[in-house]
Design a protein around this ligand. Structure first.
Ligand code: GRF
Length: 221
């Protein structure tokens, strides 16, 4: 599956901007980083969808003239129906990559099948350590001294897809989640746009022998 992604991205003409959608639920600082860096350059943010009405991230999108929509779980019979409506809207907007940037909902197979190997997420831990909710709190409780950030492909599991980029920071004396979050924010805001740019440039090359191993074409990152 990931090999298909590298192939199709590799064929992209460099003059085209790569259409991406961003899914959010809250503050949207990672969305802001995308809007401030890759948007209008390597990629175009063509849609922002939120699971939460009134999420501040929606305001950020609107300020950049990006179409927004809310797909609240409560508005649909079940998660599958919500996922299909969301996938339809993103497809109508022409998205070729879906970026989860603080999106607090799981996406089922019906959604992932619509965007095969084209959904990525940013997570505030060095996966596979501390997947799921409360990653920073989990890491603090464990007593780690190195924290970090992962950008990865999304599969049907929880934070279990192939790793694209990771970056670590040593915080041997950290005790408070806010302190760790403050240290991780700049890493997230650098890595997520970098991953989007790499995908837009067709620079990712999954190893055919092990599709979990994502190589970055030399000179790209
Ligand atoms: C980030 O910490 C990200 O790692 C996690 O959710 C948070 C979203 O923050 N998945 P923001 O809404 O982008 O500010």
């Amino acid at each position: 599956m990931l090999c298909e992604l590298a192939h199709s991205y590799g064929e992209r003409r460099v003059s085209e901007r790569f259409p991406i959608a961003v899914l959010v639920s809250g503050t949207g600082t990672n969305l802001q980083a995308l809007l401030d860096t890759v948007h209008g350059r390597d990629a175009d943010v063509v849609a922002v969808a939120s699971s939460v009405a009134g999420a501040p991230a929606l305001e950020r999108a609107a300020r950049h003239g990006v179409p927004t929509a809310v797909f609240a779980r409560s508005g649909y019979a079940d998660r599958g129906a919500r996922d299909l409506a969301l996938a339809d809207w993103l497809a109508e907007r022409g998205a070729r990559l879906v970026v989860l940037a603080g999106y607090m909902e799981l996406l089922g197979a019906s959604f992932l099948d619509r965007f095969p190997a084209a959904v990525i997420n940013v997570h505030p831990s060095l996966l596979p350590a501390f997947p799921g909710l409360g990653a920073i709190e989990q890491a603090l409780a464990y007593g780690v001294k190195v924290f970090g950030v992962t950008v990865h492909f999304v599969d049907a599991g929880v934070d279990s897809g192939a790793v694209i980029l990771q970056r670590a920071v040593e915080l041997p004396h950290a005790r408070e989640p806010a302190e760790v979050l403050a240290a991780l924010r700049p890493l997230e805001h650098a890595l997520l746009p970098q991953a989007v740019a790499l995908i837009a440039q067709g620079a990712l090359a999954p190893d055919p022998a092990n599709e979990r191993r994502i190589a970055i074409r030399s000179g790209e990152g």
